[in-house]
Design a protein around this ligand. Structure first.
Ligand code: CA2
Length: 149
């Protein structure tokens, strides 16, 4: 199984660390990427890290992942709660998918309590801040390792 992992980030996450630190913390997306890359090295994973404000770009990266990856970590941001198209793209993947949310979406507005992506995700991490990305990578590495035997 491929050890390439796509880490995909949805709309407005480019503003991470620049606004609303009370909800999302002080780390920027560049910090998150750096930490993911450092951890991936230890886990012997190869990372493709992306962010977009456009739904179609995220769908295109999911399609690219189908061709070459062993798993996806995805924080779809607001698309979590709206996008059947991202759900459909993930349904076309036969590797593990881990959904990450920086905030605890269940403690927030009711519209954040439903996730289309959770209907496909193998695991969901929410409310651990940006540390959640690391947990997701650890889990993916374990699942990929288990597939090897
Ligand atoms: O908690 C999460 O990770 C979310 O996926 C973040 C999304 C939100 O729509 C989801 O309900 C939960 C929002 C991402 C926007 O990120 C910003 C970061 C800093 C400043 C403004 C927006």
């Amino acid at each position: 199984m491929s050890r390439i992992v796509f880490v995909l980030n949805g709309p407005n996450l480019n503003l991470l660390g620049k606004r609303q630190p009370d909800i999302y913390g002080h780390e920027t997306l560049a910090d998150v990427e750096r930490e993911c890359r450092a951890l991936a090295k230890k886990l012997k994973l190869e990372i493709r890290f992306h962010q977009s404000n456009r739904e179609y770009e995220i769908i295109d990266w999911i399609h690219a992942a189908r061709e070459e990856a062993g798993g996806i970590v995805i924080n779809p941001a607001a698309f979590t709660h709206t996008s059947v198209a991202i759900l459909d793209a993930l349904h076309a993947c036969d590797f593990p998918v881990i959904e990450v949310h920086i905030s605890n979406v269940h403690r927030r507005e009711p519209f954040r309590h439903h996730s289309y992506v959770s209907m496909r995700a193998d695991g969901v991490i929410a409310g651990f801040g940006t540390q959640g990305y690391g947990f997701a990578l650890e889990r993916l590495a374990r699942l990929i390792d288990e597939k090897k035997v």
